[in-house]
Design a protein around this ligand. Structure first.
Ligand SMILES: [Fe+2]
Ligand SMILES: [Fe+2]
Length: 153
């Protein structure tokens, strides 16, 4: 006679949340470490291109650390919402802003085609990727809104 295998102890939702928070805090630690390291590096070079690249990554690391904290707060302090009332007014404006983002994507591409400078192209490539990221963020927000309110949107 077959006996059912003992079900594996599954983590509770609370444990899973605590694991995620621990992971995010560890990640924050790496961002902070990275910022300190980039700071040191910036003092070791006089090269303007390198300094600028280090500065961009440093600023991004600070931004990442802040967003990780935002996620942690949402898991531990107050659950975030995205209700129709909250987004109603602003949503149309966001759509307008997205048009602007799309225009900047075109401009970044155009600017890239207008220069042969490898440094300018390199930096423009960075800006282009960032503008595309902004556009993707707004598109993905639409999906979040839909997933929270599957009926009536
Ligand atoms: Fe990062
Ligand atoms: Fe943008």
């Amino acid at each position: 006679m077959k006996t059912n295998p003992k079900p594996k102890a599954r983590k509770t939702q609370k444990q899973e949340m605590e694991d995620l928070v621990a992971l995010l805090k560890k990640w924050q630690g790496l961002e902070v470490k990275g910022i300190a390291f980039l700071n040191e590096l910036q003092h070791k070079t006089e090269n303007k291109v390198l300094k600028e690249v280090l500065e961009i990554i440093k600023q991004d690391s600070g931004q990442h650390r802040r967003v990780q904290q935002f996620i942690i707060d949402g898991l531990t302090k107050e659950a975030y919402t995205l209700t129709p009332e909250e987004v109603g007014e602003v949503w149309k404006e966001l759509d307008k802003h997205d048009e602007l983002e799309q225009a900047t994507i075109d401009m970044a591409g155009e600017a890239c085609r207008k220069t042969n400078s490898s440094v300018a192209r390199y930096m423009l490539g960075y800006l282009l990727a960032d503008e595309e990221k902004h556009h993707r963020m707004l598109t993905a927000l639409e999906d979040v809104k839909r997933s929270l309110y599957p009926y009536g949107w």
